[in-house]
Design a protein around this ligand. Structure first.
Ligand SMILES: Cc1cc2nc3c(=O)[nH]c(=O)nc-3n(C[C@H](O)[C@H](O)[C@H](O)COP(=O)(O)OP(=O)(O)OC[C@H]3O[C@@H](n4cnc5c(N)ncnc54)[C@H](O)[C@@H]3O)c2cc1C
Length: 387
């Protein structure tokens, strides 16, 4: 069995030296994706029986932490391929065979990316403002979606649209070369500049009925079971891993600098000053509980638990918030040199800020967690009743 963390370490060593240029130029690091393909990393989570690497969630999370520390954009972009494939692989082991064709395609080298985000409606993945008009044999989809990471490299796209007659939310998958489907480079951002998270255009795209993987009718009660939990769990765990990976890269740099920098007139390195000691402690007190929560989430799932939405959302929220505050504190410890582009710290500082925008956002996580502990049904309407 391949040692995937060793593969990730090797890839990270290759990616780190070019991460600054990728960020500076805001370019998609196609060479990193090609190297990951060559190394089998993009099919690491596919079952061995289907030609993949057999990596489980714990291994995947460890690998993504390593890659994120070198090039956060590469880790985050490939996360959008790997988390869904990993969830499908876990389902395959549980006897669900619907995902087998895509798992086989990925084992054969297909890169998958998708967008659930409508330009008009934002983050609410329970709905879509992209219209899908029912026609003979399927739907015709038109409109625009945004934030499609990996857009420059993907060969298979998945996304959501709403049935214009029933309002049902449809999840569908299409090959990149589908007529009318195109990708537009709109990605000029402060953070995660190398993720290639372009817009997706649908110009009367025909989606055959068999390409629609799932439909959810409006008002339909959603059952939270193992099958439904899987993609959310793989997403929450891997997003937590990516952002904690960025924070750990920042701490390595910061602690090393404190241990080795002696300012004029001082007898000992700055690590001996109270501001550095307390700063390092503050960072550890933020990161260690989040890292423990990540390990605990993985362990509970490995023991067979199906985690409730509030636990998964709490993990994502806690990890991203801890990573962000830890990197802030790193910049304060390093001081003014922390904002120079000669150090990767300012890139970590910008990249880590993107974490809050992945679902659930801080406000939606708070709603889920608060309602769960107060015994309020999350699906109840109206969402916020008057007194
Ligand atoms: C680097 C990066 C890569 C990404 N890659 C992908 C990808 O590959 N595929 C993909 O599908 N998506 C991707 N996303 C998109 C992400 O999942 C979000 O959909 C996207 O950031 C849009 O969110 P928004 O904040 O604009 O949403 P909006 O819904 O416009 O939210 C704006 C603000 O309002 C708040 N808000 C909105 N509704 C409510 C409510 N009802 N109650 C309380 N607060 C509310 C939100 O919490 C947020 O703070 C990516 C995002 C980033 C940053």
């Amino acid at each position: 069995m391949t040692d995937w963390t060793a593969v990730a370490t090797e890839l990270a060593e290759e990616f780190a030296p070019r991460a600054a240029a990728v960020d500076r130029e805001g370019r998609f690091p196609v060479e990193n994706i090609e190297r990951m393909q060559e190394a089998g990393y993009l099919s690491s989570v596919v079952p061995v029986e289907l030609g993949g690497g057999g990596a489980d969630l714990a291994t995947f999370a460890a690998c993504q932490q390593i890659i994120a520390g070198a090039c956060a954009s590469t880790a985050l972009a490939t996360n959008m391929h790997l988390f869904g494939i990993g969830a499908a692989a876990e389902g395959w082991h549980a006897g669900e065979r619907a995902g087998e064709p895509i798992l086989q395609a990925v084992a054969g080298g297909t890169v998958v990316g998708g967008s659930l985000t409508d330009a008009a409606t934002g983050l609410n993945v329970r709905t879509s403002s992209t219209p899908a008009r029912p026609v003979e044999g399927g739907y015709v989809v038109s409109g625009r979606k945004s934030f499609c990471s990996l857009a420059p490299a993907l060969q298979f796209f998945w996304g959501t649209a709403a049935d214009t007659e029933t309002g049902a939310l449809l999840l569908f998958g299409l090959p990149r070369e589908t007529p009318g489907l195109s990708f537009v480079d709109t990605w000029d951002t402060m953070s995660m500049r190398g993720t290639g998270s372009w817009d997706v255009l649908f110009d009367d795209v025909f989606v055959p009925a068999q390409a629609v993987q799932r439909g959810t009718a409006p008002g339909e009660e959603l059952v939270w079971d193992a099958e439904r939990e899987r993609p959310f769990a793989w997403f929450a765990v891997s997003v937590a891993a990516v952002y904690l990976g960025i924070a750990r890269a920042a701490t390595r740099l910061t602690y090393e600098r404190a241990r080795t920098r002696t300012v004029t007139g001082a007898a000992l390195p700055t690590a001996h000053r109270p501001d550095q000691v307390y700063g390092a402690a503050e960072i550890e007190l933020a990161l260690r509980p989040a890292e423990a929560m990540l390990r605990d989430t993985i362990a509970r799932r490995a023991a067979g638990e199906v985690l409730p939405p509030e636990d998964l959302q709490a993990l994502k929220h806690v990890a991203v918030a801890a990573a962000s505050s830890a990197v802030d504190r790193c910049v304060r410890m390093v001081g003014g040199h922390g904002i120079f582009r000669t150090l990767p710290l300012e890139r970590h500082y910008r990249d880590v800020r993107a974490g809050q925008f992945h679902p659930p956002s801080p406000d939606t996580a708070a709603e889920t967690i608060g309602k769960a502990v107060l015994g309020i049904d999350l699906g109840a309407t109206p969402r916020w009743p008057a007194e």
